[in-house]
Design a protein around this ligand. Structure first.
Ligand code: ATP
Ligand code: MG
Length: 181
């Protein structure tokens, strides 16, 4: 079964492709309401209203030589099939806000998957971009900022395998701590 971390990777890659210098990824869980919110917010080139409509439709394409883009339709479907919702708010020249809400008690809810490795991969493969990852569980949260990491590393490339392992381990520990509370 597909994991939501793969959808998140896909949506964050759209932000990077749109030239975003900062992309924020938010995962917010409410264990009482049994809801999970995933937000990907960027300051990339944005989309027109018509583009926003079209990219949500899996059967729309202006391309004849390549496959239809499926990143957004798949993420939207994953949320809606749980009884949740999906939205894109975008402005040309300003950025894009993608939000998906999931009902976690639905039998169609897909597990989140390995977010530590997903965030470490995104951050370390895109050294020239900044990312903020926030994980919130019932109002308790932690924030991971790539800009802070770069300051600490003081010139050591993020692409070093040891750095990527460290980032993954760090996020993993913080997440465990949060889930224990
Ligand atoms: N954050 C964003 N900012 C600007 N444009 C975006 C953004 N996200 C998506 N788009 C536009 O919407 C299109 C569709 O995105 P989608 O992820 O569904 O497919 P894709 O990226 O083209 O292909 P793939 O199936 O490989 O993901 C993109 O090609 C891009 O033009
Ligand atoms: Mg995509």
């Amino acid at each position: 079964m597909r994991e939501l971390s793969l959808n998140i990777l896909d949506i964050a890659q759209n932000s990077i492709a749109a030239g975003a210098s900062l992309t924020e990824i938010l995962i917010k869980e409410d264990s009482v309401k049994k809801e999970l919110l995933i937000g990907i917010y960027d300051n990339g080139k944005g989309m027109t209203e018509e583009q926003v409509r079209n990219v949500q439709d899996p059967f729309f394409t202006t391309r004849t030589t390549r496959k239809v883009g499926m990143g957004i339709p798949l993420f939207k479907m994953a949320a809606e099939q749980t009884g949740g919702s999906f939205s894109i708010v975008s402005q040309v020249g300003v950025g894009t806000r993608v939000e998906a809400k999931f009902k976690t008690d639905s039998i169609d809810f897909t597990p989140l998957g390995d977010m530590s490795s997903t965030i470490a991969t995104i951050v370390c493969m895109n050294e020239d971009k900044d990312f903020i990852y926030t994980r919130d569980v019932d109002g308790e949260s932690f924030k991971f900022s790539s800009a802070d990491i770069k300051t600490i590393l003081d010139g050591v490339p993020l692409s070093e395998p040891s750095v990527m392992n460290w980032v993954e381990g760090y996020i993993g520990e913080q997440t465990e701590q949060l889930l224990k509370n």
